[in-house]
Design a protein around this ligand. Structure first.
Ligand code: PHE
Length: 390
């Protein structure tokens, strides 16, 4: 404490004398003088901030405020009176600058949250760290006790994940991925798939027309045609992608959704291959306990056509529940043998080749597998939802 007394008197004593008395006549002399004052200020600030309890610290700060910034007798004030006024003109700007800097440091240092280094943990002694620095020590302080900033790590979107899981199963069966445009000609979306202009199936897939010959595709089936145009059999492809329909949004409908199309064409492909493939896929995707059921259905581009159900994942088809609407079965996807009429559009020899196709809704599969109640959640980007898929 002896040093504090001495430095205290030093600072006040210094500013009582004129520059001339102090023997300061040039810029380097001024520089040294202000540096000395700065050091004294920080020593005193450091000592005050180490006081405890809080009340003692506040008292010490208050007396420093009067001592340094007091209007009448404060050290800063005295500098103006005793140094600045009588200084030679050429030194005045430099004195003014250093004076302002000193005032600012005193003000900042006296703010209540002022801390020197990490003095409170006792790692540094405040006096020494303050004395080493010509800037307020708080500016330089590195508080290594602060927790680091965590960066949020993203997760694979559940629809991407479902598409990946579906794809991996079909990769293991020798399928590869094809893609087609989201904005599609009515020829590929409808005509080539056996859906002529006045066919009632077009109403089911009421969609967004870009112009009379162009639509946002209503399903991924046009890629069947595009692929067969490009290559002769054997064909084994899946087509993950977006589809669009003029549907009002609710818990199970969205105007934009995803499908995975499948197509296999080769010699001697039968309905048994279709059944075996989809049964294998659904057990691999949902689990080996799942049973499958094929029901007759209709699609213009497959003949015969079927709808595939799986035994209810929630009640196991035993009792019936709300999700399977008491039936024990959940309707899942459409499929069938490729209608030979399609082959004439793509120059395949219908007497040599046969094949099957299927199409499934990715959101529907993902909702069932991951237990998602509302399709809209996939599109809202709510991190509370998405982070559950870590
Ligand atoms: N494209 C049909 C749909 O969107 C599904 C389907 C694909 C049916 C392939 C049979 C064969 O409803």
């Amino acid at each position: 404490m002896e040093s504090s007394n001495r430095s205290a008197s030093d600072a006040a004593d210094l500013v009582e004398r004129s520059l001339e008395e102090l023997g300061v006549r040039d810029a380097p002399g001024l520089e040294a003088l202000f540096t000395q004052l700065q050091r004294l200020l920080h020593e005193e600030l450091g000592e005050a901030s180490q006081k405890s309890p809080d009340t003692a610290r506040q008292e010490a700060r208050e007396s420093l405020r009067v001592r340094w910034l007091g209007r009448k007798q404060g050290i800063v004030r005295s500098i103006t009176e005793n140094w600045l006024r009588s200084a030679p003109v050429e030194l005045k700007p430099a004195i003014g600058q250093r004076l302002n800097a000193l005032r600012e440091e005193a003000e900042n240092g006296l703010k209540s949250n002022y801390r020197v280094g990490i003095a409170d943990t006792g790692v540094y002694t405040t006096g020494s760290i303050a004395a080493q620095s010509s800037r307020p020590a708080a500016v330089d302080a590195l508080d290594i006790t602060l927790p680091g900033r965590r960066r949020v790590v993203g997760v694979e979107h559940p629809l991407r994940r479902a598409i990946r899981e579906i794809s991996e199963i079909f990769f293991s069966l020798g399928y590869s991925v094809e893609e087609g445009p989201d904005i599609e000609s009515t020829y590929y979306n409808f005509e080539a798939l056996n859906i002529p202009e006045d066919h009632p199936a077009r109403d089911d897939q009421d969609t967004f027309y870009v112009d009379p010959q162009t639509v946002l595709r209503t399903h991924t089936s046009p890629v069947q045609i595009r692929t067969m145009e490009k290559q002769q059999p054997p064909v084994r492809i899946i087509v993950p992608g977006r589809a669009f329909r003029h549907d009002a949004p609710d818990a199970t409908h969205a105007a934009m959704f995803h499908q995975v199309e499948g197509l296999a064409v080769d010699s001697n492909i039968t309905f048994a291959d279709l059944k075996g493939t989809l049964d294998y896929f659904l057990k691999a995707f949902f689990g080996p306990q799942v049973r499958t059921r094929f029901r007759p259905s209709f699609f213009p581009f497959t003949e015969p056509s079927a709808e595939v159900d799986i035994s209810c994942l929630f009640c196991g088809a035993a009792t019936g529940c709300r999700i399977c609407k008491q039936s024990g079965w959940i309707e899942l996807l459409g499929c069938g043998m490729v209608d030979p009429a399609l082959y004439s559009h793509v120059h395949y020899d219908a007497s040599k080749y046969s094949g099957f196709a299927f199409g499934m809704g990715v959101e529907r599969l993902a909702m069932l597998k991951y237990g998602v109640q509302d399709i809209q959640l996939f599109f809202q980007g709510d991190l509370r939802f998405l982070h559950q898929f870590r």
